[in-house]
Design a binder for this molecule. Structure first.
Ligand code: CP
Ligand code: NVA
Length: 314
């Protein structure tokens, strides 16, 4: 059994297997209808969610499994009782959990005591399922990553951290522009840069959005104020020149596609015009969260006596 807590948890072969499986599931979802028969998934969410919650719940239940949502008021992880106690009890009821927490460390602590599968559904450090969905979408839209340029403009937070890891693993060309104070996590970036040398990925950081988006095929952005950061006064002021707007799109390739993990704060990191415009692929990107997550679940959880490959096309 293998957890997915960081995007680093999956090697290149595993990523490719998940993408292949995603394609098969997306083409023929009904072939996978009974994959999780008799299994139970717990969603432990400390923060709100639309895409991650609904796509995991719909994904798992339409593949025959049972899902239970446990919001912040329900089990009160670490408040009502210790994390290690909750983890050991839930391991006796559930086959896996998806966790969305403020602190990445909480997921790691939970995983230490939960001897079943743990998937990170967003922490302050990473959002690996998002990045998998995003790279699947990019490959689906652009084909081979070779000779394609991805530009990230905005906050160096959880989403960018996971995108950097996958860019390095998959040999992609990713330029990111963040304000100096809001660069991606240093240890993740240095490990990604090291990996990039091995895979031929090109990862370049700058504080100039125009530089990052030059010749870009994809422009990606995320909110300036993430969940849990609402009280950080003055943060937005660092991002004034980091808005994805019509002027910035003009500096990229003519057919540039615009991505956003959503939820979006229109008028801040992205204009209404751009998110609604012809370059935007945000809703295709959001849709793929469902297909990719089904594949992640199937790949990591498997089915006793049945490998992911054994599901037939009819
Ligand atoms: N992109 C994403 O994870 O969306 P939610 O916060 O709605 O789950
Ligand atoms: N960086 C954002 C991503 C939301 C999917 C947040 O953490 O709120």
């Amino acid at each position: 059994m293998k957890n997915l807590i960081s995007a680093f948890d999956l090697n290149e072969t595993e990523l490719k297997a998940i993408f292949d499986l995603t394609k098969r599931i997306k083409q023929n979802p009904s072939a996978f209808r009974d994959a999780f028969d008799g299994k139970a998934l717990g969603l432990i969410f400390e923060k709100p969610s639309t895409r991650t919650w609904v796509s995991f719940e719909v994904g798992f239940s339409t593949m025959g499994g049972h899902v239970i949502y446990l919001g912040p008021e329900d089990i009160q992880l670490g408040v009502r009782e210790e994390v290690r106690d909750v983890a050991r009890v839930l391991a006796r009821y559930l086959d896996l959990v998806v966790m969305r927490t403020y602190s990445h460390r909480l997921i790691l602590e939970f995983a230490k005591y939960f001897d079943k599968l743990v998937i990170n559904g967003l922490s302050d450090l990473e959002h690996p399922c998002q990045a998998l969905g995003d790279f699947y979408t990019i490959i689906e839209m652009l084909g081979d990553l070779k000779d394609k340029k991805i530009a990230f403009v905005g906050d160096g937070n959880n989403v960018l951290n996971s995108l950097l890891i996958l860019a390095a693993r998959l040999g992609a060309n990713l330029s990111f522009a963040t304000p100096k104070k809001f660069a991606p996590q240093a240890s993740i970036l240095s490990r990604a840069l090291k990996e990039a040398k091995r895979t031929g990925a090109k990862i370049v950081g700058t504080n100039q959005p125009e530089q990052a988006v030059r010749n870009a095929d994809i422009i990606y952005t995320d909110v300036w104020v993430s969940m849990g950061e609402e009280d950080r006064v003055g943060k937005k002021e660092h991002f004034e020149k980091f808005q994805v707007n019509r002027a910035l799109l003009k500096k990229a390739n003519q057919n540039v596609r615009v991505m956003h993990c959503l939820p979006a704060h229109r008028g801040e990191e992205i204009t209404n015009e751009v998110i609604e415009g012809k370059h935007s692929i945000v809703f295709d990107q959001a849709e793929n969260r469902l297909h990719v997550q089904k594949a992640i679940l199937l790949y990591l959880l498997g089915t006793p006596g049945k490998s992911a490959e054994s599901f037939t096309e009819n």
